[in-house]
Write a protein that binds this ligand. Structure first.
Ligand code: SF4
Length: 439
């Protein structure tokens, strides 16, 4: 038997890319590849790219330039580019950087084994199709190795919302939901492999409408059915759009014990004028009303958000509307960025806000969000929560896990508790984590 080939994957961007990287590693596993953490030892280096950040394509080309040293030292090394930049750039990548052997888009990576054969024959392989066949079905036989206690499971892909700043509808295509039975089968397999928490993923996960046994199911129906899987202790989902936050999903937050009290619900801006310019499809008042309905059923839910400052046309008054929204809503977690143009999106063509103004606004917003985040974490001290222990900490005898609200929690506990959910009393709030003790 020949020695396994080594595969080094570098993943950029969101959790969906983390999930895709796992599945790509599994697909290439059928061709004898095993993952390595040493890029210089690899037989194949795969960059799973993200198009959300500014100048994503340029950054990928400079990363390839940096990695060229490995190719010079080991000429038989193969290079692959996957993800949203691969989708957007296609064969152009090989034209600009001929050491790249393979370019595969997010919808066609189930074809990787065949593509790996082609590059072994010395050919170049490019596939950025949106194929008819279901990639997850093609990949359904996952290896049965033991898994970490928390896993991602993609249930929905693509987006039809066309926010004017975003490339996702162009790189990932239209909204598609996976059928219920296939998701449940994958969830059961994950639980058999030691997974206690599943995070359902989708670009617009709450737009989920997958084929069920009796017509299309909503995300809430899917979650309730998943909650019946014995051994599955926790369910989460991300990322949601306010427009798709239907009442049945809100109700599930109130009565489905396995659904964790954490919700990432991006709002991006607190100004009605900017929300409209972004094509978000809702107003600030509608967002307030939605948050109230959610908190009415689950008062301890920790809310997370995304914000863009300096969107084209944003005045100081618009920005102060965002600050006011943050003050009124209160976020336990948030991601905030300066607006930056994405070629091909409508907002890229508009008059831009001065960079210094954007930086100054971002500073003010992050100071406020940071204060709220710390306050939410500090408020946990003295409370009891459950923690799913995921791994050993740096200190001997210490484990690290996640609370129901997704706070990182350190506690002294036997390592046999990894993979289990335990009750913990929070005793200290540190910079980015909590310290707890087992009850
Ligand atoms: S909802 Fe908007 S921001 Fe989210 S993926 Fe779709 S277009 Fe992009």
């Amino acid at each position: 038997m020949s020695a396994p080939k080594k595969l080094f994957i570098k993943t950029y961007g969101c959790q969906m890319n983390v999930y895709d990287s796992e599945r790509m590693a599994e697909a290439l596993g059928t061709k004898g590849y095993e993952q390595t953490t040493d890029a210089d030892q690899a037989d194949m280096i795969l960059l799973n790219t993200c198009h959300i950040r500014e100048k994503a394509a340029e950054k990928m080309y400079s990363e390839l330039g940096r990695l060229k040293q490995f190719k010079l030292a080991k000429p038989e090394m193969k290079f692959a580019v996957a993800g949203c930049v691969a989708q957007a750039e296609g064969g152009e990548i090989i034209e600009r950087q001929p050491m790249v052997d393979l370019v595969v888009g997010p919808q066609s990576y189930h074809r990787l084994p065949k593509m790996a054969d082609a590059i072994d024959r010395g050919e170049k392989a490019i596939d950025t199709d949106f194929p008819e066949e279901d990639k997850f079905e093609e990949l359904k036989d996952r290896p049965k190795a033991r898994r970490a206690p928390s896993a991602f499971l993609t249930v929905q892909e693509g987006c039809d919302k066309f926010c004017t700043f975003c490339v996702v509808p162009y790189t990932r295509g239209a909204e598609v939901s996976r059928p219920v039975d296939r998701i449940l089968r994958e969830a059961r397999e994950l639980v058999e492999r030691g997974v206690a928490e599943i995070n359902l993923l989708g670009q617009n996960v709450n737009a989920y409408h997958g084929e069920g046994p009796d017509g299309d199911w909503t995300l809430a129906q899917l979650i309730r059915e998943m909650a019946t899987i014995e051994g599955l202790e926790r369910i989460r989902f991300t990322t949601s759009h306010p427009r798709d936050m239907e009442q049945d999903l809100i109700d599930a937050h109130g009565d489905c014990a396995k659904l964790m009290p954490y919700l990432h619900l991006p709002v991006q801006s607190g100004s009605d004028k900017i929300l409209k310019a972004m094509n978000r499809g809702h107003t600030r008042e509608e967002y307030f009303a939605l948050i109230k309905r959610i908190r009415d059923v689950r008062p301890d839910l920790l809310l997370s958000g995304d914000f863009i400052v300096g969107f084209p046309g944003e005045t100081e008054e618009d920005f102060m509307d965002t600050m006011d929204l943050v003050e009124q809503v209160g976020f336990g977690q948030a991601y905030s960025f300066k607006y930056s143009t994405r070629p091909g999106t409508p907002a890229a063509e508009r008059a831009q806000v001065d960079e210094d103004v954007k930086s100054e606004r971002l500073q003010r917003l992050q100071a406020l969000l940071g204060k709220q985040q710390k306050a939410a974490q500090d408020a946990m001290v003295g409370r009891e929560t459950t923690v799913l222990f995921e791994k050993q900490g740096r200190d001997p005898g210490q484990l690290i896990g996640k609370s129901e609200n997704l706070h990182a929690v350190h506690a002294f506990a036997d390592k046999s508790l990894i993979g289990t959910v335990r009750r913990v009393r929070v005793i200290k709030s540190l910079t980015n984590s909590l310290t707890g003790e087992l009850i």
